[in-house]
Design a protein around this ligand. Structure first.
Ligand SMILES: *[C@@H]1O[C@H](CO)[C@@H](O)[C@H](O)[C@H]1NC(C)=O
Ligand SMILES: *[C@@H]1O[C@H](CO)[C@@H](O)[C@H](O)[C@H]1NC(C)=O
Ligand SMILES: *[C@@H]1O[C@H](CO)[C@@H](O)[C@H](O)[C@H]1NC(C)=O
Ligand SMILES: *[C@@H]1O[C@H](CO)[C@@H](O)[C@H](O)[C@H]1NC(C)=O
Ligand SMILES: *[C@@H]1O[C@H](CO)[C@@H](O)[C@H](O)[C@H]1NC(C)=O
Ligand SMILES: *[C@@H]1O[C@H](CO)[C@@H](O)[C@H](O)[C@H]1NC(C)=O
Ligand SMILES: *[C@@H]1O[C@H](CO)[C@@H](O)[C@H](O)[C@H]1NC(C)=O
Ligand SMILES: *[C@@H]1O[C@H](CO)[C@@H](O)[C@H](O)[C@H]1NC(C)=O
Length: 581
């Protein structure tokens, strides 16, 4: 126990001294040993480098931001249970690198009539003068959803440990015509050229989901704009809307208030258990959003992730000029399992977001900081994989790994013909899972697999030939992921918007005990899954690359790394932050 404690003190000192605005201070850890015992490390499904609290229920990420050199993440947390319930709080953590975290005391918990039942989701806006402010949904004594403000008690404290709720809360209550339980999750505000702050709030009327727009001169007195910024019939209640600009010709992010011809605007809404988005044009002043492609309600609508990923939120990192996305990834096991584990819910690895070259979709990619955890590396180059072969990627911790592979298809013209009635990629993956042999594919990875492959999660591609183009299908097949029953083993699937005539097919998977986050086509299609192998745990977990098509393919390049554990300091009293004399 001595060694890690010393290492951590050293690590954080160096980072603190590196920070431009916090160099006068020096953190210390106390009582490290007992703090570390907060977590039951012997559980096979607990993750090693994903964000999770020591116990209990976690859901939506809230108010992510960068403030005085520290990343802050707030999140929905039930302090009383491994299941969702009343009395939700804003838990609060800080980090220098988005990977290693210190958990602080809760920032907001139910105390006042305007949030006495729960402090639900919301966002942070950084007001001029570098002043962060939280706008969140309170569940009041009447179970009505109202919007409240909270400000930091001490702006000089980079940890922003204490937050003061505004005395005149609530600042926004449900307008006439909106149900009191259909009015929540305010976004980060953007500043218009007219000097007005704009915020959208998720809602619905009957089954028509919508983002209701509010405007304010002073962030306190808010007026509803006559029309919603956007609405769509048959989408149901919109939760956790997000609205932000993306640069049309750069992977750099831009601040939320940027409006000029060099950006397009993304509108995201969470409904139907998925995060859907549109790319379009925002016309300020008229307060209109004109999407390039509207929601259709089908399985081909754009999503951040075609597996598990919900209630996400982005923020702008002004130091590294990038926009970063956080999302909640829930469990696939039963409530009973969650009670036994003592916890439920993970945050995704934060993903950088930018507009694809095509302009028609976003690209999501794990933040570069995750590479700091790379440990032992294995590489394979120019290796032919005949139809029906399975090749082990040896010598790394397969239960805790990052693997990136690039496939070349020398026999592309041998691809099966696409049947024009196949329009639902998830159904295509379910019907033709990894065990159904094709021609070009299935090929990909078998993660968290036993040596005899009785347990395995297959992340794979299949290629089809159409009239004048090829179609690339990406699947994550959980059907054989665990011998355990009472687990949701739904297979996920999506198309990858690439042309295999001009581009090799890439796949990256971040594997962490009970989660696999996969990025196809360099981040154009993402699929996250939760799996609970019974046998393929810890040292019994293996990782393979496979080709179950009849045609051979080539691994042009493969790099795999075992991953180190991220550092989590779980209790504020394990961590004291002192200004040096
Ligand atoms: C840790 O978790 C394992 C597996 O769920 C369980 O058997 C064990 O009793 C737990 N240990 C403690 C100290 O809670
Ligand atoms: C709840 O509703 C009652 C009756 O309409 C009202 O008097 C009371 O002020 C409401 N409470 C809150 C916290 O809004
Ligand atoms: C505010 O935070 C700074 C930095 O942590 C600290 O030095 C100062 O004492 C705090 N002020 C108050 C009033 O707590
Ligand atoms: C709030 O803003 C509206 C619209 O700008 C204005 O008409 C109203 O007087 C303001 N109310 C207060 C209390 O400032
Ligand atoms: C794209 O970037 C170039 C410089 O890299 C710039 O000159 C041009 O105006 C940009 N286009 C738009 C639409 O912003
Ligand atoms: C969480 O997971 C379950 C089971 O896998 C799923 O049915 C449900 O829709 C998910 N909930 C959300 C909000 O994503
Ligand atoms: C296409 O798929 C449909 C439905 O599965 C099937 O009935 C039909 O025969 C297929 N057409 C061809 C040309 O294979
Ligand atoms: C490959 O296909 C065969 C035949 O359908 C199947 O039995 C086997 O399980 C598949 N292999 C993998 C790795 O899925």
């Amino acid at each position: 126990m001595e060694m890690p404690a010393i290492f951590l003190v050293g690590l954080f000192c160096v980072l603190f001294n590196d920070g431009t605005e916090v160099d006068a201070s020096q953190p210390e850890f106390q009582n490290f040993q007992s703090c570390n015992l907060m977590v039951n490390e012997s559980q096979p499904y607990r993750t090693s480098y994903h964000f999770q609290p020591p116990k209990n229920w976690l859901n939506d990420p809230n108010g992510p931001m960068l403030y005085k050199g520290l990343y802050h993440l707030f999140y929905q947390y039930n302090p009383n249970s491994a299941l969702f319930g009343d009395g939700m709080v804003w838990a609060h953590s800080v980090s220098y690198d988005l990977i290693n975290w210190v958990h602080l005391n809760h920032a907001l918990h139910p105390t006042e009539p305007f949030d006495i039942k729960s402090c639900w989701s919301g966002s942070v806006t950084i007001l001029p003068g570098n002043k962060p402010v939280i706008l969140y949904t309170g569940i009041d004594a009447n179970n009505t959803q109202v919007q409240n403000l909270a400000m930091p008690k001490n702006l000089s404290d980079p940890l922003l440990k204490e937050w003061i709720k505004f005395s005149q809360n609530p600042v926004i209550t449900p307008p006439i015509g909106i149900e009191g339980d259909h009015f929540r999750d305010p976004t980060t505000a953007w500043l218009g050229a007219d000097g007005k702050w704009n915020v959208i709030i998720g809602s619905s009327i009957n089954d028509q989901g919508m983002a209701i727009l509010y405007q304010s001169d002073d962030f306190v007195n808010w007026s509803r704009y006559q029309d919603p910024l956007y609405s769509k019939e048959k989408t149901g209640m919109w939760e956790c809307p997000d609205f932000f600009p993306v640069s049309v010709n750069s992977t750099n992010g831009v601040d939320t208030s940027v409006i000029n011809p060099g950006v397009k605007h993304v509108m995201k809404a969470s409904f139907n258990s998925h995060d859907y988005y549109m790319i379009g044009t925002y016309v300020p002043g008229m307060e209109k959003y004109i999407p390039d492609t509207d929601f259709t309600g089908s399985n081909t609508d754009l999503r951040y992730d075609y597996g598990k990923f919900y209630a996400s939120k982005t923020f702008f990192d002004s130091v590294k000029d990038r926009r970063i996305l956080w999302g909640w990834i829930n469990e696939s096991d039963s409530a009973e399992d969650d009670i036994n584990k003592g916890w439920s819910g993970l945050q995704s690895i934060p993903r950088q977001v930018w507009l694809d070259r095509s302009g028609s979709q976003l690209v999501l990619w794990p933040v570069e900081e995750i590479n700091k955890l790379h440990d032992k590396q294995v590489s394979i180059q120019h290796k032919k994989l005949d139809g029906g072969s399975v090749l082990e990627i040896p010598d790394i911790t397969a239960s805790q790994a990052d693997v990136e592979v690039l496939f070349e298809l020398p026999e592309l013209e041998e691809a099966e013909l696409l049947n024009s009635t196949w329009v639902d990629p998830q159904k295509m993956c379910t019907d033709a899972n990894a065990a159904v042999r094709g021609r070009l594919g299935p090929f990909g990875l078998l993660a968290l697999a036993t040596e005899d492959l009785t347990e395995q999660t297959a992340i794979f591609f299949r290629i089809f030939r159409g009239h004048n183009a090829y179609t690339v299908l990406m699947c994550s097949d959980q059907s054989r992921s665990s011998l355990k029953e009472k687990v949701d083993k739904t297979t996920y699937g999506a198309f990858v918007n690439i042309d295999p005539q001009h581009e090799k097919i890439s796949l990256r998977s971040l594997i962490d005990h009970s989660i696999i986050e996969s990025f196809g086509g360099e981040g154009r299609t993402c699929i996250s899954s939760r799996v609970y192998p019974q046998l393929a745990v810890h040292k019994e977990a293996h990782l393979y690359v496979f080709n179950n098509g009849t045609q051979s393919i080539t691994i042009s390049k493969l790099n795999a790394w075992g991953m180190s554990k991220a550092q989590f300091i779980y209790e504020e009293n394990c961590f004291s932050y002192k200004a040096s004399q």
